[in-house]
Design a protein around this ligand. Structure first.
Ligand code: GAP
Length: 446
């Protein structure tokens, strides 16, 4: 079996539906374009990515604290940040085939798809607005946040006062963001509702360059730790013309997404935002958001290094990187070689025969309070292994007729197909050990 790069996405999208990772939102009504619902395995994978990020960026660091802001935000936040002025793209529509393009992406006045005539450019607001309260006039307009970082700047003084952090320190947040993207496509790569993982690291201006380099390195290390192959990751520095209105410098961490022209697509941006945001929010609000530097006995507006990634986009990279098709002992199988820490199901307990269901279920009940696990009795044992391979489950525990006598079960490892026979009594500890430190080489495999 070979995996043609062109149909890799089709196969992955199909697997995501089949195994319950991602569904088209509103599918029974024909689907809501570029909107996705996460199923039982998808939500676990997403939560594992987010929890891993929080652990790496917040819980294990004394110099980063977290927050969780409201999604519906005060309109002045987005006036101050520049979103209301800058966050729109002039668009043109083809009058013949109805395709829509960013004006700066087309040359001339004819459609690149069909040669049809294009409309005059029109502005396209990327922020979702709604009304708060009973009236729907302009005074009631509020916005769904298009990024999670601005509420961090708005809460800067609250957090400094509450936590007494000293420079340098970071504030982190994960959560939903909303953008009325014109060209939302490529599955969960670009959607209109998505989740971000952002951290703003406040430091003295003269130290910003050093911290920028530090965070690029840290973030790259985090993606490698998810099991993504190093050769499929790279960093790319933005040139002047690409920089966002707030950024002094920016490096993207990119992944080899198969659908991106040129082969590399953005996973995360690390930006030196200078003091742009704090100053802008200070000016708009009239509040003092500067930092009282005890050491120098002076007030300073810190500079900010931002790390900004997407959960859905990380999940797509992880899935693409893990997907493989192979032939083992003359049989074809599809495997999601997910890192053990990310796998939604860590252990599947499988009776070899229906006659063993009850006894195998006892083993499942022993394991399930300790590890995310599943009990599967449907279909042949071969079919159940294949299902678990596709779900990315690293270990299958098989209860067979010998288990009745020797009180042992077989643990099979997903990638190597190596097996060990282990006592039921100590099974939970054995599984915890191999989940923590990996499958021992001496246990072999195919
Ligand atoms: N605060 C800076 C900021 O939001 P961005 O480059 O616009 O920067 C950061 O977004 C990250 O958020 C991207 O690298 C990507 O992972 C994710 N992201 C942005 N727009 C997205 C979308 N429409 N769908 C999915 N993920 C998105």
């Amino acid at each position: 079996m070979t995996t043609d790069i062109d149909d890799l996405m089709k196969k992955l999208v199909s697997l995501c539906k089949r195994r319950g990772f991602v569904f088209q939102s509103g599918e029974i009504y024909g689907g809501l374009q570029s909107s996705w619902d996460y199923g039982p395995l998808g939500v676990e994978l997403k939560r594992n990515i987010e929890a891993g990020w929080w652990d790496f960026m917040v819980s294990t660091r004394p110099d980063v604290v977290g927050m969780d802001s409201a999604i519906i935000t005060h309109p002045d936040v987005w006036k101050a940040s520049g979103h209301l002025q800058h966050f729109h793209d002039p668009m043109v529509d083809c009058m013949k085939c109805k395709s829509r393009f960013r004006q700066d992406h087309v040359e001339g006045e004819t459609c690149p798809e069909c040669g049809g005539e294009l409309t005059e450019p029109r502005d396209f607001g990327l922020m979702f607005k709604t009304s708060m309260g009973a009236l729907e006039d302009d005074s009631a307009t509020v916005y769904l946040r298009p990024e999670t970082c601005q509420p961090i700047f708005v809460n800067f003084s609250n957090i400094v006062t509450a936590t007494r952090q000293k420079l340098p320190f970071g504030i982190a947040q994960t959560g939903k963001a909303f953008r009325n993207e014109i060209t939302a496509r490529n599955f969960i790569f670009r959607s209109r509702e998505f989740e971000q993982m952002e951290m703003e690291f406040f430091c003295r201006p003269e130290e910003a360059g050093r911290w920028f380099d530090y965070w690029v390195e840290q973030r790259l290390q985090w993606y490698r730790g998810l099991g993504i192959r190093s050769g499929n990751l790279r960093t790319r520095k933005h040139d002047e013309s690409e920089l966002a209105h707030y950024a002094d410098s920016c490096v993207d961490i990119e992944y080899t997404f198969p659908f991106v022209t040129g082969g590399w697509g953005e996973l995360e941006g690390i930006a030196n935002r200078t003091d742009f945001d704090l100053k802008a929010q200070m000016e708009m609000s009239g509040q003092d958001l500067s930092f009282q530097d005890q050491a120098g006995n002076q007030k300073i507006v810190p500079w900010v290094i931002e790390t900004s990634g997407g959960i859905g986009r990380t999940m797509l990279a992880v899935l693409l990187d893990a997907y493989r098709e192979e032939t083992v002992e003359g049989r074809e199988r599809v495997v999601l070689g997910l890192h053990r820490d990310l796998a939604p199901i860590k252990v599947a307990v499988l009776p070899l025969s229906r006659k063993l269901d009850d006894r195998a279920e006892e083993v499942f009940r022993m394991v399930s309070p300790h590890l995310p696990s599943q009990f599967d009795v449907t279909g042949s044992i071969g079919k159940r292994y294949r299902r678990m391979d596709e779900a990315g489950t690293p270990f299958c525990v098989t209860f067979d007729f010998d288990s009745l006598e020797d009180r042992k079960v077989t643990v099979r490892e997903r990638d190597s197909l190596g097996q060990i026979r282990t006592p039921i009594e100590t099974l939970v500890d054995t599984l915890k050990d191999i989940l923590a430190s990996g499958w021992p080489d001496e246990c072999g495999g195919a």
